[in-house]
Design a protein around this ligand. Sequence first.
Ligand SMILES: [Mg+2]
Length: 250
Amino acid sequence: MGPPSAVAAVIFDWGGTLTPWMDIDGLGLLRKVAAAALGKPADTDSAEVDRLAIALFEAEERQWALARTEHRSGTINATLQQAGVARTEAALDAWYREMEPYTFADPDAFDLLTELRRREIKVGILSNTGFPRDWHERIFARDGLLELIDGAVYTSEIPWVKPHREAFVAAMNAVGVSDPATVVFVGDRPFDDIHGAKAARMRAVLVPHSRIPDTQRGHTDGEPDAVIQRLADLIDVLDAWTGEPPARSG
Ligand SMILES: [Mg+2]
């Protein structure tokens, strides 16, 4: 370990990091989106719903492939268009509703972000996501986190996804920090998050509890500077890096 060095910002991934990983039945979820898009009840079992759900699933898979190989971003609106969905509003409402159970913040998140801000460390978000900003902000506001975030980049708003360097630069800009050596990135994906952050010259911390599908893994697993089993453990990692004495009561 090198000499103590300042941490100006901590930038977090979202899914699997600030929000615990949950396995999602993607095709099952898209079947409900498809039913809504066709103006049918969510549990409709028909060939028409199946066809549209599979078209949505394949559009999503193409997007994952572009993200993995070319680091290009996409949006769920583009996915709906590619699948030929006409009733976009109904589909989007259903998509949000079906996703919401998987979006609740990790129980450590509020206290961790509060402590970072108490230390005057900027809090950032960099999420590979097809969802629009207002969905993410609605989710963070629901969990009391929105006002603790200094800047967020949702890749649905930029051309690139992690691990592309431009995504990390955009996130640094969002929190007003210019030196990546003062940034700590926290994420759950060895390629997108850890390899990407290291290539952008940040320090990288892995939260290793996600079951990433093989089709979403990249060509390189980055080597994290630290691994934490829960978010609250980040404070001890920062203390070790910045030379702070551990703050313990008792
Ligand atoms: Mg993640």
